[in-house]
Design a protein around this ligand. Structure first.
Ligand SMILES: Cc1cc2nc3c(=O)[nH]c(=O)nc-3n(C[C@H](O)[C@H](O)[C@H](O)COP(=O)(O)OP(=O)(O)OC[C@H]3O[C@@H](n4cnc5c(N)ncnc54)[C@H](O)[C@@H]3O)c2cc1C
Length: 457
């Protein structure tokens, strides 16, 4: 058998698997989480139900292909369930890595490990109820700083500001390294949180940084910035009540001061100035001035890194890929920088190729383009005699790893449906790992009973 392995079942991995399966290959998808979907399931904002269920349906269709085999709840990596060498020992013809960007960026600042300081992605996994994060403590209190000005920062702020009765949030401040003209969020996302912004406070902040922006030719006049990046703010009439969303531009975290219990209580910020690089781009540079914010929670939304624990060769940008032959050409081949050669038959795609870059549609496209590249390679290699799906299951089970396969995802869906009918129609979801696995076992036992009862009549 000429089998192909895909590591990761987010949009990139699922659409790559589909493409390879439609080309006739037996495809084994290994996924860390029990359910497929990656950030499309556990990242996208919980209220975007239409988008999430649309993507989920497409993943289900890919998994329904008879030559796609799912190995959920299996983490690949040198320090995880199955090392790369073990994966290779199953003799795949190619391995496609679509494992996303699972490592958090650390700034190496004093007090960074204080209680109450979190990576935004972990917090997002927590509120989207990923089984590995749902029971971990991501407590947020009243005054929260979110570092970063992309869509993830806005999503996290939205979660903290919405549904007030369930949370304690009084203020959220978004801390931006650069100026107001360098924000990265979309108008569509900021609209959700504009009702929490005081126009008066925003104008005061914009006036505070205006002269520093003007020094590099940026017009940060309040009317200009508001028209460009806060287009709905005008429609918001009165001053909002708590919780409030504020912005602090030209500021970078410098240190965290914990209280006696070890929870962050102060965030020290360096005031930045803007400087023009030789290539015309604008960069932030810390000055000696500083500011202090009273906070009890800090969330970092500054992008993610690739996980070195997987064991792929790393370069300065994360997983190393073959240097592109043309400047703008995309490269998918895993590259060993030490030896200056590709790892034959290994490819990266989606956020595993370019961390924290683009929406689910782009990850889908990148997964398909990566699969296309892999198909070109596959057409040139002999059948390595990939182990059968049953043999792979046996090998993994022998290591004491509890795989959740495609059939069990079906059992899980049925178990959830059954419980949903009893508890709260259409809203019940099993979220704890132990409860999920137990429900699958119970559903299987129930199914066996139904079969034997059917046989007895
Ligand atoms: C907070 C947030 C909000 C977002 N909102 C939107 C939105 O509204 N609209 C939109 O279009 N896009 C949104 N995105 C972007 C979108 O989620 C990503 O573009 C997309 O999910 C990336 O796909 P991927 O397959 O490359 O990686 P991921 O989705 O991260 O999938 C990676 C998969 O690999 C698995 N994996 C990881 N490590 C291993 C391992 N060692 N072994 C086995 N499996 C592994 C994971 O379990 C996961 O299933 C959002 C992203 C974030 C972070």
């Amino acid at each position: 058998m000429k089998g192909v392995f895909v590591v990761g079942a987010g949009p990139a991995g699922m659409f790559a698997a589909r493409r390879l399966a439609l080309a006739g290959y037996e495809v084994c998808v290994f996924n860390r989480d029990i359910r497929p979907g990656g950030l499309a399931q556990y990242g996208i904002y919980p209220l975007k139900t239409k988008m999430k269920s649309g993507l989920r349906k497409q993943f289900e269709q890919a998994l329904a292909l008879p030559n796609v085999h799912y190995f959920g709840h299996v983490q690949i990596g040198e320090s995880y369930d199955l090392s790369l060498a073990e994966l290779e020992s199953f003799r795949p013809a190619a391995i496609l890595f679509a494992s996303g960007a699972q490592g958090a960026k650390k700034l190496g600042l004093q007090g960074e490990n204080a209680y109450g300081v979190y990576a935004a992605k972990d917090y997002v996994y927590h509120y989207n109820q990923l089984e590995s994060h749902v029971s971990r403590d991501f407590s947020t209190h009243r005054h929260i700083a979110v570092v970063g000005v992309g869509n993830v920062a806005i999503d996290v702020a939205r979660w903290l500001l919405e549904d007030k009765p369930a949370k304690h949030t009084q203020s959220v401040v978004i801390v931006a390294r650069r100026g107001p003209l360098d924000v990265k969020f979309d108008a569509k996302e900021i609209e959700h949180v504009e009702p929490y912004i005081s126009r008066r406070e925003l104008v005061t902040e914009l006036e505070r940084v205006r002269a520093r922006c003007a020094r590099v030719g940026q017009d940060a006049a309040p009317d200009t910035v508001i028209a460009k990046h806060f287009p709905h703010l005008d429609e918001v009439g009165s001053e909002p009540a708590v919780p409030r969303l504020r912005f602090r531009f030209l500021s970078s975290p410098k240190a965290f001061v914990p209280n006696r219990e070890g929870r962050v209580q102060l965030l020290i910020l360096a005031d930045n100035e803007l400087v023009q690089n030789a290539d015309g781009s604008v960069a932030a540079r810390a000055t000696d001035e500083q500011a202090v914010l009273d906070v009890d929670t800090v969330l970092f939304a500054i992008g993610d890194r690739h996980d070195p624990g997987i064991g792929l060769p790393m370069g300065p940008e994360g997983f190393a890929v073959k240097p592109a032959e043309q400047p703008d050409a995309a490269s998918y081949e895993v590259w060993d920088p030490a030896e200056g050669r590709v790892h034959p038959g290994q490819f990266v795609m989606g956020w595993a190729r370019r961390a924290s870059t683009g929406l689910a549609g782009l990850a889908r496209h990148d997964g398909e383009a990566g699969a296309e590249r892999a198909l070109g390679y596959l057409s040139t290699v002999a059948d390595p005699g990939t182990m059968s799906v049953e043999q792979i299951h046996e090998r993994i089970a022998a290591k004491g790893i509890r795989v959740v396969d495609k059939e069990e995802l079906g059992l899980l869906a049925r178990a959830e449906e059954r419980r949903g009918q009893v508890d709260a129609p259409n809203s019940f979801h099993l979220i704890e790992e132990g409860a999920i696995l137990q429900a699958i076992d119970e559903e299987r036992a129930l199914e066996a009973l139904e079969v034997s009862a059917g046989g007895a009549t």
